[in-house]
Design a protein around this ligand. Structure first.
Ligand code: ADP
Ligand code: MG
Length: 276
C-alpha cells in the first residue's frame, strides 16, 4: 500500500523502556486505512497504550517509524491531525462543560464566535445540549467521558486515538456509549484507533481487531469484522458476532501460548476475565 493513502503506517516499530528494562513492543507492522475503526486488544501490559502514544507522538519509538496521513507523527501532531481520549476524562473541574470542550480551540486562537458555534455542534453530537454551564463534577462518569470525546472531536481530527475510554464505566453505560461512538464515527468519517481489553467491545465497534500478545508486545493476529453497518443492539445477538468473539479469544490464547513457551510463569487470567 502506498504510504500516503494510509491513515497510519507503522513499520518495524519497537519500543524499549530503559527504566525497568522492558521491551514493550517488538517489530510491529500495521497499516490503518482512512475511515477504518481499528481496535487494539491484548492482556494488560502488552503495550497497547505504548503503541497508541507512539502513534500520537506522545512518546518516541526505539526503532521503526510511524507515518500519519503520509507524514511523521510529529508533523501530524503539529497539524492537529489527532484527537486523543484517555481512560480518565481529564477535564478541568473549574471550567464549565462548554469551556472544557472549547479549550483546544482557545489555545489555537480560534475566535469566540466560531468557538461557541463549534461547542454547540459538539454538545449536540454527544447529546449533552443543556449541560454547557455544568461543571464536570456535576456529571456522571459516562457524561464526563462524552465531554472529553466532544473536546477531542472539536478540531475535526482526521485520526481519533482512544485509550480504554469506557473502561471505568458500568456495562450498560459502556454499551450505550459504544452505540454513540459508532454513530459519531459514521457521521464524521474519521479514522479511529481504539484500545480496549474487552473482547465484546472490540468486536462490536471495529472494522478490524488487532490482537496483541504479551511481553514483548507483538501482533498475534488480525480479525476482519464483517458485521454489517450500522450496528446496534441486534448486532450483539447475531451468530456472526459470537463467531468473531471466538476468533479474537483464540488469538488471545495463542498469544499467551507463545508467552508460555518463552518460559513466562504468570497465569494468563486475562482470557477468562470477561466470562464470555
Ligand atoms: P497496556 O496499555 O497494554 O496495558 P502499556 O503500554 O501501558 O501496556 O505498558 C507496556 C509495558 O511497558 C509494561 O510492562 C509497562 O510496565 C511498561 N511501561 C509503560 N510505560 C512505561 C514507562 N514510561 N517507563 C517504563 N516502563 C513503561
Ligand atoms: Mg494501557
Amino acid at each position: 500500500m502506498n504510504a500516503t493513502s494510509v491513515a497510519v503506517a507503522i513499520r518495524q516499530l519497537s519500543k524499549r523502556f530503559e527504566r525497568g528494562n522492558v521491551q514493550a513492543l517488538e517489530t510491529i507492522d500495521l497499516d490503518v486505512r482512512p475511515g477504518e475503526f481499528v481496535s487494539l486488544i491484548g492482556p494488560s501490559g502488552c503495550g497497547k497504550s505504548t503503541l497508541l502514544r507512539i502513534i500520537g507522538d506522545l512518546i518516541q519509538p526505539t526503532e521503526g517509524s510511524v507515518l500519519v496521513n503520509g507524514k511523521p507523527a510529529r508533523q501530524a501532531r503539529i497539524d492537529r491531525d489527532y484527537g486523543i481520549v484517555f481512560q480518565d476524562a481529564v477535564l478541568y473541574d473549574w471550567r464549565t462543560v462548554a469551556r472544557n470542550i472549547s479549550l483546544p480551540l482557545e489555545l489555537a486562537g480560534v475566535d469566540r464566535r466560531r468557538r461557541d458555534a463549534r461547542v454547540r455542534e459538539m454538545l449536540e453530537l454527544v447529546e449533552l445540549t443543556g449541560f454547557e454551564k455544568h461543571h464536570p463534577w456535576q456529571l456522571s462518569g459516562g457524561m464526563q467521558q462524552r465531554v472529553s470525546i466532544a473536546r477531542a472531536l472539536s478540531f475535526s481530527p482526521a485520526l481519533l486515538l482512544m485509550d480504554e475510554p469506557f473502561g471505568a464505566l458500568d456495562e450498560m453505560t459502556r454499551e450505550r456509549l459504544n452505540n454513540e461512538l459508532l454513530q459519531i464515527w459514521q457521521e464524521t468519517g474519521s479514522t479511529v484507533v481504539f484500545v480496549t481489553h474487552s473482547i465484546a467491545e472490540s468486536v462490536f465497534l471495529s472494522t478490524r481487531v488487532v490482537v496483541m500478545s504479551a511481553r514483548p508486545g507483538r501482533i498475534a493476529g488480525i480479525v476482519e469484522i464483517d458485521l454489517p453497518q450500522p450496528r446496534g443492539p441486534e448486532t450483539r445477538e447475531s451468530p456472526r458476532f459470537a463467531e468473531h468473539i471466538t476468533e479474537v479469544r483464540r488469538l488471545l490464547r495463542k498469544g499467551h501460548a507463545d508467552e508460555a513457551i518463552e518460559g513466562d510463569t504468570e497465569v494468563p487470567l486475562y482470557v477468562a476475565e470477561e466470562g464470555l
